[in-house]
Design a protein. Sequence first.
Length: 292
Amino acid sequence: MQRPILRKGQGPEERQGHADGLVRPVEWGRPRWNIRASISIVLAAVVSVVAFVGGLSSDDSDLGPESRFFLILSALMLLTAAFGCVFWWPRRGRPGVRTLRRGGLGAATEIRSRLSVFVALVAMVGCAAALAVGAAVEVFLFNNGIPWVSLVLALLGVPCVAFVVEVALGRLAVGALVLSPDGIRQRGWSFESYLPWMSVAGVRALDYGYPETWVEGTTTAAWARRRTSTLFRLDRFPEAPRIEIDSRRYAVDPVLLHRILEFYTCNPSARSELGTPRAIERFRRAGLGVAG
């Protein structure tokens, strides 16, 4: 089955035109600011500035405990604001795709996740761990016995330290979306999923305040999935056979990614090119008109 991909001027969706000539799915509407995210980012930035000023103007000399607390808090809030910016308003250039060699499994085309988002997340949690554990140690050292405040701070720091350990062990990872002639593999932050092409029923566009694409599986799909981390569930785990793609996490324009997935779903003969330079070129040129 071959289905042409709509382009500007070819149908009722023309008003949703895209820079590459591809049509933006009508389900997504037009790009818009997320007000809640914007307010949260501004508040985090303001707290960062206030904490930084508080740390420098503290009565402590030579960066004593109080100064260090405020400066680490300032860094945490700054990282929080940075994470919000890179997550909600990504700046994408060329599609982040490459050919992946998988040993005995053959080659595939990998759509990279945005490293900046994951690095910002890990840095933010690591800073929170330093703040909580550092404050707990300071309270313990400068008070007799084991104050309950120190215990509370230490307990708050445990999840943050565990998060960093999970990253170091590879259980939490930046992830990627891998398209191969046999199917689609997704490595999220905290889970893995695989859906063979023969079990793919279609592609849907959904709007959650940001563009999302679902590759739906059939009811009898040979769907494999597992969590890579039992402690942290950073991804929404589908209950039905599908691959859920949050566009904010991938280094590809969401419209291009959606139409590419549509193209390979509707043109089985073109899937043999996955894992070859031709697939990379298709991404870079948004060439969705010819299959095979």
